[in-house]
Design a binder for this molecule. Structure first.
Ligand code: NAD
Length: 310
């Protein structure tokens, strides 16, 4: 058996197309486009790419996106001052501070930033008010990657109600909110993590398996029930030729790319899982494009709420 691959790029395109009339309606009514303020601190190459892609996707949809930059030597107070300014801005409906912040800012810096962003502009959905609303199943702004996972499941007509769902990973950004969204759609949910005993056997009970771990090719075929839907959230940059060869054995074109570039992006799910799963998301081109589409959706939602049309 070979799993059906979910095309995240195409599904994200549909989501953006559905947002376009809402952007036009808001712009006509408010006399300005929805606006997203992005703050990038330092020069992390991954963050640079994410921020560029987010800004480009916003602009293509007619959303105003302004990126502010601070050097990696900036203080947390400087970051909070920009967040405060964006909180008060009349043209920015959403605020995004790109993670990770420089380690020198301290281990609680990101949480302090999330706590400072106005809940009404919190398009990442990390503010405790939005987290609380999600827990109580009256969500407003919900983290983008978990929203994208649900979008992929719904649009691929995967049955969630009554399904057994296993989420591997318990982060505040992906694992926990994904589990809550699945629970609210009536799945029976198990959250697994680094201390879970007998993880492959627990995972193999899942009709829907979400892998959000951050370890290349971690989920092997023994984790997967035949026919299960497997959502691979992981984005891991592999530079070790041995690991790359092991993971890319079945995709010679990607292996050739690796040999040329010296690095490759792979998910948390081993390619051999395609022989067991019923449905699988590829990396790249699975969850990633949805995350950006959901960020745009949250920005439009925040904008609409600001003028009382949502
Ligand atoms: P994180 O490091 O905050 O959390 C990882 C989780 O995995 C932890 O809860 C930990 O308990 C669990 N874990 C670690 N080792 C484990 C093990 N051996 N067995 C079982 N569980 C284990 O990471 P995160 O922010 O949740 O991101 C997870 C992955 O998803 C990363 O690869 C990240 O790059 C990717 N990601 C992708 C997108 C996207 O748009 N596709 C968005 C966010 C994150």
């Amino acid at each position: 058996m070979s799993a059906r691959l979910l095309n995240g790029t195409e599904i994200a395109r549909q989501v953006r197309a559905e947002l376009a009339p809402r952007v036009a309606a808001f712009s006509a009514r408010a006399g300005r486009p929805p606006g997203l303020g992005i703050l990038l601190v330092g020069h992390d190459p991954g963050s640079e790419i994410y921020v560029r892609n987010k800004g480009k996707a916003a602009a293509e949809l007619g959303i105003r996106a302004d990126t502010e930059r601070l050097p990696h030597t900036a203080t947390l107070d400087e970051v909070l001052a920009i967040v405060d300014r964006l909180n008060k801005s009349a043209v920015h409906d959403g605020i995004l501070v790109q993670s990770p912040l420089p380690a020198e800012m301290g281990s609680d810096a990101e949480q302090r930033v999330f706590d400072t962003i106005s809940p009404a502009k919190d398009v990442d959905g990390f503010h405790p008010v939005n987290v609380g609303l999600l827990v109580q199943n009256r969500p407003h702004l919900v983290p983008c990657t978990p929203l994208g996972i649900i979008e992929l499941l719904v649009r691929s007509e995967t049955k969630i109600a009554g399904a057994r769902a296993v989420v591997i990973g318990r982060s505040d950004i992906v694992g926990k909110p994904s589990a809550l969204l699945l629970l609210h759609r009536h799945a029976t949910v198990t959250i697994c993590h680094s201390k879970t005993v007998n993880l492959p056997a627990v995972a193999a009970g899942a009709d829907i398996l979400v892998a959000a771990i951050g370890r290349a090719g971690f989920v092997t075929r023994d984790f997967v029930k035949p026919g299960a839907t497997v959502i691979d959230v992981g984005i891991n940059r592999v530079t070790d030729p041995e690991v790359a060869r092991r993971l890319l054995l079945s995709t010679p074109q990607r292996l050739a790319d690796f040999e040329k570039k010296g690095s490759v992006l792979v998910g948390d799910v081993h390619p051999e899982v395609a022989e067991v799963a019923g449905v699988l998301t590829p990396v790249p081109g699975g969850v990633g494009p949805l995350t950006i589409a959901m960020l745009l959706g949250n920005t439009v939602k925040a904008a609409e709420a600001s003028i009382g049309t949502r």
